[in-house]
Write a protein of this length. Sequence first.
Lengths: 164, 164
Amino acid sequence: MKEKAAPEKAVPPKQTDMLLRQFIGYNMKRAYLQIQDDMAETLEPLGLRIGTFSALAVIMASPGISQTQLSEVLNIKRSGVVVVVDDLERAGAVQRTPVQTDRRAYALQVTPAGKALWARAEQAVQAHEAALFADLDADERRALQDLLVRAARSGAKHRKGTDG
Amino acid sequence: MKEKAAPEKAVPPKQTDMLLRQFIGYNMKRAYLQIQDDMAETLEPLGLRIGTFSALAVIMASPGISQTQLSEVLNIKRSGVVVVVDDLERAGAVQRTPVQTDRRAYALQVTPAGKALWARAEQAVQAHEAALFADLDADERRALQDLLVRAARSGAKHRKGTDG
DNA sequence: GACGTATTGTTATGTCAATAAACAATTATC
DNA sequence: GATAATTGTTTATTGACATAACAATACGTC
């Protein structure tokens, strides 16, 4: 069920993605897609997707946050936040609370059920990452975290001049 | 032009994505999206997208490769390869060559123009990554590369059991 | 207080990359 | 030689976004 007829000369000894492996972007993409797929599988039984999981985390950490603020933290547009919050509200995990000082805005709150859901989700993802990165010891995992944060920062800084 | 009316109690001192920063997946996503956007900008003047750039690299490294094999290397479906190869062929960078032993398949070849294009693209992306990761020294970049490869491998291994 | 402007959340629509499903032509297998 | 599998392709669908317009509300200035 693998190679059969097709040109045998192709895909010889050496790796076919040799020329791509030199790039951080390529390796980052491969790692990211792997992790993302696994993460989605982990969250699915809890009724969460990556987007709703992330939003729930932010609202947990910042109760009363507005949808506009949430969109800035998550780096998506306000219109995108609507469907995410709709989803979380439909699941009973989050509530749109009126803001006294501004009747346009909602203050987002995590319900008790939402807090319980977050506890389960956080634990599930922690366990998942622990299993996923079993090959990396604690030091290596810390190093990876640090390098990823710095890479993102570096990208953001570099981007400042060209994204406007 | 940033925060104004909205609930001041929200987004207090601490980071609103505190609960997410513990996860490698979150930091990976942020870094990846940064890099991907920048990469697309770098390739655009050359008439390439990330997908076509990657395909060109693989065909460079494995002349005569078939579209099915290419789809396996790039981790996309055969139907997705069609548009990528169409694009590269339209640009005159790649050619679909008939295979003697199998009249269904094409052996993909990079044209002279395609080789020149690859040389320019490879150099552009190398320069781009050098600038993008200027904050990381050579050792750190190597370490990041290594950790990303191992993370992807770890994910793939972990996935073996659950993706069927 | 009244005016124009800005902001919040929302809806509708588009985009982009990728998948899924079906297909004709060809090849492999028994 | 009949049946099954494979290659590349087309068409339709998905998902996760962005864009653009909108009503309701708030702000800034006179």
